[in-house]
Ligand binder design. Structure first.
Ligand code: PLP
Length: 347
């Protein structure tokens, strides 16, 4: 038996009557004199508050993603949506969430900020997890399970079969972080919102879309879940400059596909040569725009590369990642420089 959305939502949030801004109260298009929001009438267009629900961005995104606009939330990075999951559904010191380990660090940070217990379930040696092991970590107070596929920092897709089993069997919410889905051959769960009313799919403009600086994240879920996010978010959480840039990117959607193709080709080339380096012990399978590699001595190689002006991510202290570096796929020139430096590295 699934829990209802009311059972999953914090009672104070369920009862909340949201702040109603001037932009919420008048939504018509015929007016030409706006004296309702105490804005300065000069300095257009920056003098006006932006659209609180980013309707033009959502209309374009809806066509590209094949998801109705009322099932899309936009926030200040996916990080905002991650934080909203805790604020909307998890009662501090009462509820808990379950997540795979290792994974993206923000889930745990947001859990701790919100004083919500964070339960980790270790992946196996193939960086996979079973529905059974995740469910075993849950109890009556588990509101959400966090999954990330392709996973960060490991780079692999999680098993579709296990994720679907979880979606069917878990009585709470499943947060499916698809920040790297554009680089993977695995289909997105954005096409499964009808089938799974308990899923929240996260995507971002920060990776394949090349827009980390504008801070724009997407959450796709049932219209009821999206309505709860909209109720508790900051009224103007996505600023005008970000909305404009997003519209521009959505116009040139083709370019993003070209970047993805280029990065996937470059990934194949870089992996082949990286595997042959004397200091590489193993490269793990990746479906993302980065890869995880086990090295002879990751902390030492990391420091050596810093000295060469090349920064990768040292994951030596992360669960299951001893002596591992996480390397992002760069331009052909950047990747060549990395290989040149590592070929010259002396153990
Ligand atoms: C980079 C990344 C994000 C993106 O976060 P933003 O706040 O949208 O920049 C989300 N999830 C994972 C797993 C990531 O690696």
């Amino acid at each position: 038996m699934k829990k209802s959305l009311k059972q999953l939502t914090r009672p104070n949030v369920w009862r909340l009557k949201p702040y109603s801004s001037a932009r919420d109260e008048y939504k018509g298009v015929t007016a030409s004199v706006f004296l309702d929001a105490n804005e300065n009438p000069y300095n257009a267009p920056f003098n006006r508050y932006p659209d609180p629900l980013q309707e033009s961005v959502k209309a374009k995104l809806s066509r590209i993603k094949g998801v109705p606009a009322d099932r899309i939330f936009l926030g200040n990075g996916s990080d905002e949506a991650i934080d909203l999951v805790f604020r909307a559904f998890c009662e501090p010191r009462v509820d808990n969430v379950v997540a795979i380990d290792p994974t993206y660090g923000m889930y745990q940070v947001c859990a701790e900020v919100n004083d919500v217990e964070y339960r980790k379930v270790l992946l196996d040696e193939h960086f996979q997890v079973t529905a059974e092991r995740l469910l075993a970590a849950t109890d009556a107070h588990t509101k959400a399970i966090f999954l990330c596929s392709p996973n960060n920092p490991t780079g692999n897709d999680l098993s579709r079969k296990e994720m679907e089993r979880l979606l069917q069997e878990f009585d709470g919410l499943i947060v499916m972080d698809e920040a790297y889905n554009d680089f993977s051959e695995a289909p997105s769960f954005t096409q499964e919102l009808e089938r799974y009313p308990n899923i929240i799919v996260l995507q971002t403009f920060s990776k394949a879309w090349g827009c980390a600086a504008i801070r724009l994240g997407m959450a796709f879920a049932s219209a009821d879940i999206i309505a709860i996010f909209n109720k508790i978010k900051y009224p103007y959480n996505v600023n005008l400059l970000t909305q404009r840039q997003a519209l521009e990117m959505l116009e040139e959607y083709d370019r993003i596909g070209q970047w993805i193709d280029t990065l996937k080709e470059e990934r194949t080339r870089l992996l082949e040569r990286f595997a042959q380096l004397p200091c590489t012990l193993r490269i793990f399978d990746t479906a993302a725009n980065f890869f995880l590699a086990r090295m002879t001595d990751a902390p030492r190689i990391y420091n050596y590369l810093v000295g060469e002006g090349i920064i990768v991510r040292n994951r030596h202290n992360v669960s299951l990642c001893a002596n591992c570096l996480r390397v992002t796929i760069g331009t052909p020139d950047e990747n060549r420089e990395l290989l040149r430096a590592l070929e010259a590295y002396k153990e």
